[in-house]
Design a protein around this ligand. Structure first.
Ligand code: G3D
Ligand code: MG
Length: 179
């Protein structure tokens, strides 16, 4: 039997330099077919993954949106960027406290456009343990306040990168099945 197929759009949000672009690159490896939508200030990458669903495996055609140059990221662009997103990776950097505090606003901005969608918090740069200033309990609290799970990731070593995207994909399919 042909596996079920699903198309999903996900977005990565978070302050500049937390590692969003590197996480996507690490996840995509070289299988990418990415287009650069410069007018939108976003880059779109695609990857197909297979996750276990309730009845067999589901092939998921993921479209991953990355913001370019968040500094000038305006309200109008946010709308286009978040429109139709079915899941969000909220990324912070464990070496910068404000990058976690910032995520509340980012998640609120997405939800305003998309309505409630699955969110997963990623505490990136987990390889920089000696420079860690963000406590695990604070990450758990911030993620928990959005009903989101969290994972420590490292785009540098690859730790939990596949898992992060797969976990979000699973949350999206679970939600789709329940409706
Ligand atoms: P952004 O897309 O969120 O703005 P980038 O962030 O992916 O461009 O990454 C910003 C910087 O953080 C880059 O450093 C990148 O190499 C580094 N980085 C990203 N992820 C990790 C990680 O998991 N561990 C470590 N140690 N560094 C990471 P440069 O110096 O190239 O600007
Ligand atoms: Mg980037």
């Amino acid at each position: 039997m042909e596996p079920e197929k699903m198309k999903v759009k996900i977005c990565l949000v978070g302050e500049g330099a937390v590692g969003k672009t590197c996480l996507i690159r690490r996840f995509i490896h070289d299988q990418f077919d990415d287009r650069y939508i410069s007018t939108l200030g976003a880059k779109v990458s695609k990857k197909e993954i297979v996750v276990d669903g309730t009845d067999g495996s589901i092939a998921i055609d993921m479209t991953i949106w990355d913001i370019m140059g968040e500094k000038g990221f305006r309200e109008l662009l946010k709308e286009a960027y978040f429109h139709g997103a079915q899941g969000v990776l909220a990324v912070c950097d464990i070496t910068r406290k404000e990058s976690l505090d910032d995520l509340d606003e980012w998640v609120a901005a997405v939800v305003k456009v998309t309505g409630r969608v699955p969110v997963e918090f990623l505490a990136n740069k987990a390889d920089l343990k000696d420079q860690q200033v963000v406590k695990e309990s604070d990450i758990a609290k911030a993620a928990g306040s959005h009903g989101a799970p969290f994972l420590f990731t490292s785009a540098k070593t690859g730790e939990n990168v596949e898992q992060a995207f797969a976990e979000l994909a699973k949350m999206i399919t679970a939600k789709a099945v329940a409706h």
